[in-house]
Write a protein that binds this ligand. Sequence first.
Ligand code: SF4
Length: 176
Amino acid sequence: MIRFRYQDLIQQAPLRPPGYLEAVFASSIRRGQDVLMTADAYRAIRDQFPIFLSPPPDPSDKSDPSDRSDMLDPSPPSHEAPPLPTWDTMIANAATESVKWAARGFPLAPKAALEFRRLQCLGDATTAPCEHWRPKLWLRTGGCELCGCSRAKLWLATTQCPAKPPRWHAIPQPKT
Ligand code: SF4
């Protein structure tokens, strides 16, 4: 078994190619703070994602890389919020996602991928929520201001974050 630290995977996510993290979560199991994967599964992912995007270190950056205090502020960063999609657009978005989901056989996101998506949207005690997450939408259960979708979207394996670039991706599905 190959062992990753869950927190490391999350922190390195922006450096990885689209779909890499979802593929890792779909092929592994979570044990506490560890993510465990067989060597075969790891090799398959390396074959699928041969390019690992890691920026060269910035020699002028003298900050302590272990200092994550910038992530401790739970308040969303201020930004000029875009207007919410209209009801027509939200219904059209939901219908499109439902059709895509049904066409793939109604796959749900694996538990670890769901946790990652939740972390990206809602944040947690140490990670700020996405600036596009609106906690008061959908009868205060929360939703995304970009697509207008409720948190139910996070459960569907076929959905993707609408931000550019996306903060989480659809889970690769076996070809039918
Ligand atoms: S933009 Fe993406 S990460 Fe942000 S709230 Fe919407 S779905 Fe979640």
